[in-house]
Write a protein that binds this ligand. Structure first.
Ligand code: DGL
Length: 241
């Protein structure tokens, strides 16, 4: 049972970590660092990158693909489902929304990338579930590049969040942001988009005896490995796709 997972970089490793802690399977991860950050790309560009990765996974005999990236889920998941009817695609947004709604909050701040915000996906889907919910969306484009460089984001994050005094909850609508969740020193509910996927995937995973994980980056394997070792205890190989 092989599962393909991808993101623009190290963010999706948080999704891989959640999944692999719960289910033994053979996971192949691709961080598309060559094209990171996805949050500044157009839909056409995102589709082009995703198609390349999906085709690679298909060549490897993979038929279940986790899109560990809100930006791709918001922009190209529907297109991929139409294009590749035999592949099961699992995104991160639906499960995040479902978990958030269970918290019964009233006033949420969603932080995500520019390309996700443009689609309005979080606001639309949250309002479909609870029309009384006050939803504010904020693009936080400085965060992903800093996280990828391993630079402390505390001041930048504080500046982003400072104006939002009345919120009772935050959705981290980018898988990179789980890596900085502990920098948010507010006593409110925080739902990240990395952990919730385990609620959604059990019907698609047939666990095997031994966990196997291979991590690739389309960028610099040494730079990526510094972070991947910290996040999931494994080094990355380079892949050209
Ligand atoms: N981690 C991704 C997301 O969930 C992509 C961030 C980026 O590359 O801008 O949106």
């Amino acid at each position: 049972m092989k599962i393909g997972i991808f993101d623009s970089g190290v963010g999706g490793l948080t999704v891989l970590k959640s999944l692999s802690e719960k289910y033994n399977a053979e996971y192949i991860y691709i961080g598309d660092n060559k094209n990171c950050p996805y949050g500044e790309k157009t839909k056409d560009e995102l589709l082009k990158y995703a198609i390349r990765i999906v085709n690679y996974f298909i060549q490897q005999g993979i038929s279940v693909i986790v899109i560990a990236c809100n930006t791709c889920c918001a922009n190209v998941l529907d297109d991929l489902r139409v294009m590749y009817k035999k592949i099961t695609f699992i995104g991160v947004i639906e499960s995040t929304i479902n978990r958030f709604i269970k918290q019964n909050k009233n006033n949420v701040l969603v932080i995500d990338t520019n390309a996700t915000i443009k689609t309005n996906i979080y606001e639309t889907k949250l309002k479909e579930k609870n029309n009384n919910l006050v939803v504010t969306s904020l693009a936080t484009p400085l965060l992903v590049p800093l996280i990828e460089e391993g630079i402390d984001v505390k001041n930048v994050l504080d500046n982003y969040l400072e104006p939002y005094k009345d919120i009772d909850s935050i959705i981290l609508g980018c898988t990179h942001y789980k890596l900085i969740e502990d920098k948010i020193d507010r006593n409110i509910t925080i739902v990240n988009s990395s952990d919730c996927i385990v609620d959604n995937i059990k019907d698609f995973i047939k666990p095997v005896d031994k966990l196997k994980i291979i991590i690739y980056t389309t960028g610099d394997k040494y730079k990526f490995s510094k972070l991947s070792t910290r996040i999931i205890g494994l080094k990355a190989k380079h892949i050209d796709i």
